[in-house]
Design a protein around this ligand. Structure first.
Ligand SMILES: Nc1ncnc2c1ncn2[C@@H]1O[C@H](COP(=O)(O)OP(=O)(O)OP(=O)(O)O)[C@@H](O)[C@H]1O
Length: 364
């Protein structure tokens, strides 16, 4: 959708406020979703606002592909209205007196180019909102409003899309409805997106790349499958703890409605109905679905077993639980076990064990 060069993004910012300092120096991929992840107050929105030119940091260098938006060393500051970006907020700020079509057109007024109408058509198709064009915002669900807001942000042909917790105002059913559209954007657009969230599920499902912030500092940055496996302590604890793994469909078994996914050293079996052999897939293995045995599991209904080595044992958010990081070649899994199980197994770093994976979710 974009003809621009956005081979990579450089985001170098130092922003000081009373009691808060944001300090980041990042080189990010020029396409796909980079999730900015962290608890409330860690600086996620401030980072997005700096990229948009809505803040005046003490120091900043922001380069989007071949375009320098800010370089305080050279006194260069491109104002927000000249930065070709799309910004999606928590709540879609649509004009209630205009229908969807006119809301989309209004967004284009300032940035009319010869390509505008085809960009708008593409955005309408991508977000599946063609049938909503004559409706007014009051007649849309929260999820539909957000899809319109995203289409409006895309219609100007931005070099980058900034999304600030776009699903946080939606209930779970609406989030489930919007999620596939966001996955589609990620997979079809050659456009970098910075996506702010504190939701572990959105991180696991949407991120290609992760930047984890804590007190304004980057505590982890890298591809999702690296960061969710290697952060110490685990970036996500509690019920949502888990690994994201990238594999390929090795074979389909229609008699069982299952597919065998290969990840190099290991195979996983997943329930499936619409995969093709060779396809790349993203698997989410939640720590609560991984158990540990000292010998090779036999006579078990669980289909996925792999030999691993214990990397670390660390506390979880619940005092009765522990998180055990396991490695099998370059695959990292996390198992969530009870303190009582650890007292019986006495797991130590370096110890060989078997991981049993009860359930694997396909998230792509
Ligand atoms: N306009 C402002 N003036 C002064 N301080 C601010 C302003 N906006 C944010 N802050 C402070 O800067 C810090 C980072 O805020 P920021 O909104 O970037 O965090 P966040 O991670 O996006 O949080 P949330 O998830 O709650 O939106 C916080 O301590 C916040 O109180």
């Amino acid at each position: 959708m974009t003809p621009h060069d956005t081979s990579s993004l450089l985001v170098n910012i130092e922003l000081s406020r009373k009691g808060f300092r944001l300090q980041v120096d990042l080189t990010l991929p020029g396409q796909g979703i980079t999730v900015i992840y962290g608890v409330s107050g860690s600086g996620k929105t401030s980072l997005l606002r700096c990229v948009a030119g809505l803040e005046h940091p003490d120091h900043a260098k922001i380069v989007i592909g071949d375009e320098v938006w800010q370089d305080s060393g050279k006194q260069l500051f491109v104002p927000t209205h000249k930065r070709l970006l799309g910004y999606v907020f928590q709540e879609a700020s649509l004009f209630e007196h205009l229908n969807v079509h006119d809301n989309l057109q209004f967004g284009l007024k300032r940035r009319q180019t010869p390509q505008s109408s085809s960009l708008l058509d593409t955005a309408i198709t991508l977000l599946g909102i063609g049938h909503l064009l004559q409706r007014h915002p009051a007649g849309l669900s929260g999820g539909e409003r957000q899809r319109v807001a995203i289409a409006r942000a895309l219609a100007c042909g931005p070099r980058i899309l900034l999304l600030d917790e776009p699903m946080s105002a939606l209930d779970q059913a609406r989030r489930d409805e919007v999620m596939p559209w966001l996955e589609k954007l990620r997979d079809q657009l050659k456009l970098p997106m910075l996506y702010v969230t504190h939701s572990a599920n959105e991180l696991q499902r949407l991120a290609d790349h992760v930047v984890a912030l804590e007190h304004g500092r980057v505590i982890a940055s890298g591809p999702i499958h690296d960061v969710l496996g290697n952060a110490e302590p685990a970036l996500i604890a509690g019920n949502d703890a888990g690994s994201v793994l990238i594999g390929h469909v090795a074979s389909l078994h229609t008699e069982w409605q299952m597919a065998r996914i290969t990840l190099g050293p290991a195979d996983f079996w997943v329930s499936q109905s619409s995969l093709t052999v060779g396809q790349e897939v993203r698997l989410l293995v939640l720590a609560r679905d991984v158990s540990i045995t000292q010998g090779k599991p036999e006579h078990t209904s669980i289909q996925n077993h792999l030999p691993c080595e214990v990397v670390s044992v660390s506390p979880d958010t619940q005092p009765s639980q522990l998180l055990v990081q396991l490695r099998c070649n370059d695959i990292t899994l996390t198992a969530r076990i009870t303190q009582r199980a650890q007292a019986m197994l006495g797991l130590q770093p370096g110890q060989p064990v078997w991981a049993q994976v009860k359930s694997v979710a396909l998230v792509k």
